[in-house]
Design a binder for this molecule. Sequence first.
Ligand code: 5GP
Length: 200
Amino acid sequence: MKKGTLFVVSGPSGCGKGTILAEVLKDPNLYYSVSATTRAPRPGEVDGVNYRFMTNEAFEKLIAEDGFLEYAGYCEHYYGSPKQPVEEHLAKGQNVILEIEVEGAMKVRAARPDAVFVFILPPSLSELEQRLRGRGTEAEEVVQKRVAQARRELGTAAKYDYIVINDDLSTAIADVKAILCAESHKTEKNLEEIEEVLRK
Ligand code: 5GP
């Protein structure tokens, strides 16, 4: 059976990746990997849906058990992608999306050269800062930390396979969908399909 493709999507906090992915994930053949984190839930976030919220101890236990495909420290908290559900869905032929920051993404790059990497850019850093502040869920000090972090993250964008600028939301959504579509039509992923047609 055709194996699914692993997509890794990154972009600085506030660039709109969550909104883009919420739309893209309406495709039933896409599985969103729910990350584990030690940060506190934001208002409205649900355990097991947005994240698996964990204590430091529980997270470190899972690291010791080799339970993560990747993990990283970000703004003083752990974030990681649990390995098992990702592998299971890929084996079933489903495409999997990891929405993770750049350090973790580069670990996936090293471990899984077949994965596809998409970086979402905000139209500008000042626009990003406004969006973060407008979200109203973070203290000013946290906003400043996240803007500084965004600047660092943008330095890694050139290592991704695709860049999408989230200036106009519907265009950015269409762009990400187009990337997923084109990738699943790559010849190397469809060699079995050719055989299948020849057999029929
Ligand atoms: P937030 O706290 O805003 O939800 O996420 C902060 C950052 O952590 C975002 O850049 C997000 O992409 C990243 N992130 C979320 N889950 C994971 C994960 O499982 N692994 C890594 N490396 N980063 C993650």
